[in-house]
Design a protein around this ligand. Structure first.
Ligand code: NAD
Length: 469
């Protein structure tokens, strides 16, 4: 990755001089010219993005096959269509979102006009991960463009197929004086982060999130961090095991388990574990066939590194179902682990693969205590026939998102904010929340230039004012 290195007198080889200097400068100049502010400009960009998604749908599907062997159905419903929906929503509501919000006044400001103006921050940096490399770069992009910003997009270097389409094809659909794609891994990204941005949205791991947060702090740049963690799933005794198994398996093994909001582990009674295992086995066989390795509906692990990490997790607890793997094709079978202990590795790190551990608890209280002893998760799930139980889990815990009796469908609603809390992140986006995230909410009070007589009451000498009152 040191390709562009130059060796200047007496110094270590560095990564070029500064590969991003010209781009940052160009985009800054564009922003300062005011070009990106008018609604018509934003509409044109959003329409361009919409056209890209329509015309290059197949190219994106192919890239996602190359990166993750993602099935076109999963690519459509979890990436491309969600981006299209965001574009459509922004186009439909842009005028309304951009409108100043009037505010009430008091006695002293009665004749003034008070309002909140949503103005663009300026230059925005969006850094994406590899697991939903279209959705998690382009959905934030919709919000940043709608809010009138210039944008540098830094896709993950790990999902190479998608990175290439975003870098080579997407810019043809957007104004290149206000939009650019930056390429590279950790080293290049840190170089990029030396520049001052006006807003950063990062999606990725908590470990890297801390690095990004520190870089942002050097410039006091506001930031949204969309991170991950272990998402608990509580299953009550009164549930129908087959229904739970169907829903749970779909959301756990979707995208081969490489989903930040996937249910990461199950907490249930030993009795429920007994009933859930055959139900999961039934579901998995129905979904992916007798040999999931041949299923067109199951993807592959993104890299050798993640394969090795996941392979190690297969030795935790006891394999109740699945457990097969093939390093050459980066295949890991949909797996269920039972009798897992808290101290085991599979219960310590985010799994991010097709492995579902079941851990037994004796009661709802014990499950809630277990959840609350750990970091606040990005998502939390509860299954029960009794809505009071679902509500108890909701009332007594905290998470970025919550699903009752289902998985991460809340993600598909732009009417809901999406984001984490605590170690799973800060800030939120989707729909209007994206527009608000990428806007500075500017407080404005416009007073009449005349009527100065009325102001005399506030000026010194105060003694005379006191007499008047
Ligand atoms: P990652 O943190 O390794 O990488 C994310 C981005 O950061 C990439 O673009 C990468 O190039 C860059 N990066 C990596 N190391 C860096 C460094 N040292 N300095 C600067 N930049 C660096 O994450 P990932 O492996 O791509 O994605 C998996 C993680 O993302 C999981 O933890 C998952 O839960 C989380 N995630 C969260 C969400 C969400 O919406 N909250 C969505 C998807 C994934």
């Amino acid at each position: 990755s040191n390709k562009g290195a130059t060796k200047s007198a007496g110094s270590e080889p560095t990564l070029g001089t500064d590969p991003f200097k010209d781009t940052v400068q160009r985009l800054r100049e564009t922003f300062n010219s005011g070009r990106t502010r008018p609604a018509a400009f934003r509409v044109a960009q959003l329409e361009g993005l919409g056209r890209f998604l329509r015309e290059k749908q197949q190219l994106l599907q192919e890239a996602l096959v190359q990166d993750l062997r993602k099935s076109p159905f999963e690519s459509d419903i979890s990436e491309i269509i969600l981006c299209q929906n965001e574009v459509d929503l922004a186009l439909k509501n842009l005028q309304a979102w951009m409108k100043d919000t009037p505010a009430s006044t008091n006695l002293l400001t009665k004749l003034d006009s008070a309002f909140t103006r949503k103005e663009p921050f300026g230059l925005v940096l969006i850094i994406g991960p590899w697991n939903y490399p279209v959705n998690l770069t382009l959905v934030p992009l919709v919000g940043a463009i709608a809010a009138g910003n210039c944008v540098i997009l830094k896709p993950s270097e790990i999902s190479k197929g998608t990175e290439k389409v975003l870098a080579e094809v997407l810019p043809q659909y957007l104004d290149q004086s206000s939009f650019a794609v930056a390429l590279g891994g950790p080293e290049e990204t840190q170089k990029l982060l030396e520049h001052k941005f006006d807003y950063i949205l990062f999606t990725g791991s908590p470990r890297v999130g801390k690095i990004i947060y520190q870089s942002a702090a050097k410039h006091l740049t506001p930031i949204t961090l969309e991170l991950g963690g272990k998402n608990p799933c509580y299953v009550d005794d009164n549930c129908d095991p087959q229904t739970v198994a169907n829903r749970l398996a779909w959301f756990r093994y979707f995208n081969t388990g490489q989903t930040c909001v996937a249910p990461d582990y199950v907490l249930c009674s030993p009795e429920m574990q007994e009933r859930l295992v055959p139900a999961l086995q039934n579901t998995i066989t129905r979904f992916y066939g007798e040999d999931p390795q041949n299923s067109p509906n199951l993807g592959r692990i993104i890299s050798q590194k993640h394969f090795k990490r996941l392979h190690e997790l297969l030795s935790c607890g006891r394999v109740a179902f699945g457990g097969q793997s093939d390093e050459n094709s980066l295949y890991i079978a949909p797996t269920v682990l039972v009798d897992v202990q808290e101290k085991e590795k599979v219960m310590q790190e985010e799994i991010f693969g097709p492995i579902l551990p079941l851990m037994t608890v004796r009661s709802l209280d014990e499950a809630i205590d277990f959840i609350n002893r750990r970091e606040k998760p990005l998502a939390l799930y509860a299954f029960s026939n009794n809505s009071q139980v679902v509500n108890q889990v909701l009332d007594r815990t905290s998470s970025g998102n919550f699903g009752g009796n289902d998985g991460f469908l809340y993600m598909t609603l732009p009417s809901l904010p999406f984001g984490g809390v605590g170690k799973s992140g800060m800030g939120r986006y989707h729909g209007k929340f994206s527009f608000d995230t990428f806007s500075n909410h500017r407080a404005c009070l416009l007073s009449p230039s005349g009527l100065e007589k009325l102001n005399e009451i506030r000026y010194p000498p105060y003694s005379s004012r006191a007499q008047k009152l």
